[in-house]
Design a protein around this ligand. Structure first.
Ligand code: ZN
Length: 201
């Protein structure tokens, strides 16, 4: 048991952000930025919701901290994220001058801190980010595992990906033909059609 409970408290706040992503049907990954013991930025994965490849939890947390502190330099700030960052996020963490990165679960497929690459340990960087993994790793991993287990169960109950894509296209065609039962054919479709599923971490 660590003697200082503070890092765990902040990771629990990152987990709360991750739960918000899961409620939107996104892989549950959450992040917070902390300065002097105060949360100054929060983010959760919104890639599917907003169909934007860059909207990872860390990027959104960094952006919100930059807005709050009115500075792109997050000097003295620490970032807590539930999953080991990817290359894009590791780069953003270094660019934002984050002091310490603490993450929960490692990501053997796409992690760029210790797993697939060591972006933050690149020699010669002007700013060096300290990093430490494994904080509440079991909880961070289990919410992801539960999410993907549910997704697989839904896949099985709703048919194959191809079947669901065809059903979604059929619905779209009938909407365009004015046959939508809602009576609002001009309404945009849902942000993530059933034929599209989030990519696994
Ligand atoms: Zn990322």
């Amino acid at each position: 048991m660590p003697t200082d409970p503070t890092p765990e408290r902040f990771m629990r706040l990152a987990l709360r952000q991750a739960a918000r992503a899961a409620r939107n049907g996104e892989p549950p990954i959450g992040a917070v930025v902390v300065k002097d013991g105060v949360v100054v930025g929060r983010g959760y994965n919104q890639r599917e919701l907003r169909q934007d490849a860059t909207l990872h939890a860390e990027i959104l947390a960094i952006r919100s901290a930059c807005r709050r502190l009115a500075s792109w330099r997050l000097d003295g700030c620490d970032l807590y994220v539930t999953l080991e960052p990817c290359p894009m996020c590791a780069g953003a963490i270094q660019q934002a001058r984050i002091r310490t990165l603490r993450y929960g679960a490692t990501d053997p497929k796409a992690g760029a801190v210790v797993s697939r690459a060591r972006v933050l340990d690149t020699p010669g960087l002007a700013h060096v980010v300290r990093h430490e993994g494994g904080l509440l790793a079991a909880e961070c991993r289990s919410i992801l595992q539960a999410f993907f287990r549910d997704l697989r169960m839904r896949d099985r109950s709703e048919g194959s990906r191809g079947t669901r894509r065809k059903a979604a296209l059929d619905r779209q065609v009938s909407r365009q033909a004015g046959a939508a039962p809602s009576g609002h054919p001009e309404e945009p479709g849902p942000p993530a059609p059933p034929g599209r599923r989030p990519a696994g971490p």
